[in-house]
Design a protein around this ligand. Structure first.
Ligand code: ASP
Length: 327
């Protein structure tokens, strides 16, 4: 029988409502989660490790780095057919993408979670867990990079994002679509995109910040990052990658101070393209030395910068790294 190693981190899939407060909190330990889904036993032999029991908004790059180390070891174990990671859905796309940046093995690593906690009628956790295990043992999922299995769909870590606060079908890959699906017949992979170029593992640089552009906002936040000597700045611009014209001075100073500035777009789909020449326009930002993040969202571009700085990439290395990631 195939072997799946389940790594649990918490999230709604491991939450139940506390009767005292009426609020859902992570409370279901790994063994209990496993025991609550007996159907897993007919998919694979399952071993389990509890990495933590947290809401995903409280996980950070250090936890992601230790998850990456655990997943790397599991990928190197010839007895393990596939790895499933349970995770809160809020930041699932960030962890999935960071793992994709750090893991180069072919053994499937599949993240999943739930939108409805274990104590809610119609909870989607058990089905998602079974689907993720089926993907993790599927020969067609080998060598595809890190995957997300939710709501019967399979998404690539590079493109997937949470698009709805509560809907079961919250995960989508804008502009790309899912790589495949899971149904009663089995696992279907429809597309095999090129692997995400990986980085040498290193401790992520924590002092990298994300600033979102909004119409007419002054440059206070960008200047604060300059004054605080941030190690890196990601800006989520409007449209094809534009910011308020008043930010240009602070951005130029950041670049001159050797602080990398990476530009993504607040649009869920499409790439950053240096098109416009008005103040704050993408062409002018490129000329100031800003690095384009291609189709990566702001949160993903931030992780790409944190781990690239942690891997010791210099300015030219960073530029090349984002060009490789750009598609
Ligand atoms: N709402 C989240 C979830 O769906 C909670 C979390 O991200 O931890 O799992």
């Amino acid at each position: 029988m195939p072997r799946v190693h389940l790594v649990t981190t918490g999230g709604t899939i491991a939450s139940r409502v506390d009767p005292q407060t009426g609020a859902a909190v992570p409370a279901v330990r790994a063994e209990e989660l496993l025991a609550s889904v007996p159907a897993l036993g007919s998919v694979a032999e399952i071993a389990v490790t509890e990495l933590c029991l947290e809401s995903s908004w409280n996980l950070g790059p250090d936890r992601i780095a230790s998850l990456a180390r655990a997943a790397r070891d599991l990928q190197a174990d010839p007895e393990v057919t596939g790895v499933v990671v349970t995770h809160g859905t809020d930041t699932l796309e960030e962890t999935a993408f960071a793992l994709d940046l750090l893991l180069d093995g072919d053994t499937p690593v599949v993240l999943t979670g739930a939108m409805r906690d274990a104590s809610t009628a119609g909870s989607d956790g058990p089905r998602n867990l079974v689907s993720a295990a089926r993907v993790a043992i599927a020969p067609a999922a080998r060598g595809l990079g890190v995957l997300v299995a939710m709501n019967d769909e399979i998404h690539a870590a590079r493109w997937v994002m949470k698009t709805h606060t509560t809907a079961l079908g919250t995960f989508a890959s804008p502009g790309a679509g899912p790589l495949g699906s899971v149904d009663g017949e089995g696992v279907r992979i429809l597309a095999r995109p090129a692997r995400t170029p990986t980085l040498p593992p290193g401790p992520p640089e924590p002092r990298v910040y994300l600033v979102k552009m909004a119409s007419g906002m002054d440059d206070l936040l960008v200047r604060a990052l300059l004054d605080a000597r941030a190690r890196g700045v990601v800006i989520e611009g409007s449209g094809a990658g534009n910011v308020c014209g008043s930010w240009e001075g602070a951005i130029a100073e950041l670049v001159q101070a050797g602080i990398p500035v990476v530009l993504s777009s607040r649009c869920p789909g499409g790439r950053v393209t240096p098109t416009y020449g008005a103040p704050g326009g993408g062409r002018r930002l490129r000329d100031l030395g800003v690095i384009a993040a291609g189709a990566l969202s702001g949160p993903k571009a931030r992780l790409a910068l944190m781990f690239a700085l942690g891997a010791g990439l210099d300015a030219a290395g960073l530029r090349a790294h984002f060009e490789r990631l750009g598609g």
